[in-house]
Design a protein around this ligand. Structure first.
Ligand SMILES: [Zn+2]
Length: 172
């Protein structure tokens, strides 16, 4: 019960965001480059965007999405497919250099019944894992602290990206 109450504020923000840009926060973020820091955008590439998930399963949870609002891999072209997979690799590099995870979960959910929180816009989750990690949500009980740590982590990831010239993509 404690956890549910503490996490209510971001749920309200989440619902508000869903009503913007036809309910798609990825498209919303794409349309507002001036708010990239606020929206936790890490990278913009030719065909894709990489965002630090505001509602993370674990510290450093990134979302990789094509620029086009397409629901699944069937509608992605080969260039998009290559780039989003390259970005999984580059995200793992950046996270490894920044917060040194022991492993990763990488995955996609399709459709509401598949567990997608945002069914209309294809995205890949990259979730860092550590040996013996517990549920991040239950550990980080303070929403303000989480919000601040997300901004700090974004800064660290940007700094590391600059130092190591990430993301390195075939097409760029
Ligand atoms: Zn979209």
């Amino acid at each position: 019960m404690k956890r549910k109450n503490l996490w209510a504020p971001w749920r309200i923000e989440y619902i508000q965001r869903l009503s913007e840009s036809n309910g798609c926060f990825i498209c919303h973020n794409l349309e507002h480059p001036e708010d990239d820091d606020k929206n936790l955008v890490l990278w913009r590439t030719k065909k894709s965007i990489v965002i630090l998930n505001r509602f993370p399963y674990n510290n450093g949870h990134l979302l990789i999405a094509p620029i086009r609002h397409i629901p699944d891999l069937v509608q992605a072209d080969n260039e998009e497919l290559l780039e989003i997979i390259e970005l999984v690799r580059e995200s793992q590099k950046a996270l490894s250099l920044t917060i040194k995870p022991h492993g990763f979960n990488v995955g996609m959910n399709f459709g509401r019944c598949g567990g997608a929180g945002l069914p209309g816009h294809l995205h890949i989750h990259v979730v860092p894992r550590w040996d013996g990690d517990t549920n991040f949500m239950s550990v980080c009980s303070d929403t303000d602290v989480v919000s601040q740590s997300l901004s700090e982590l974004l800064e660290q990831l940007k700094k590391i990206s600059k130092e190591h010239n990430l993301p390195k993509l075939q097409g760029s």
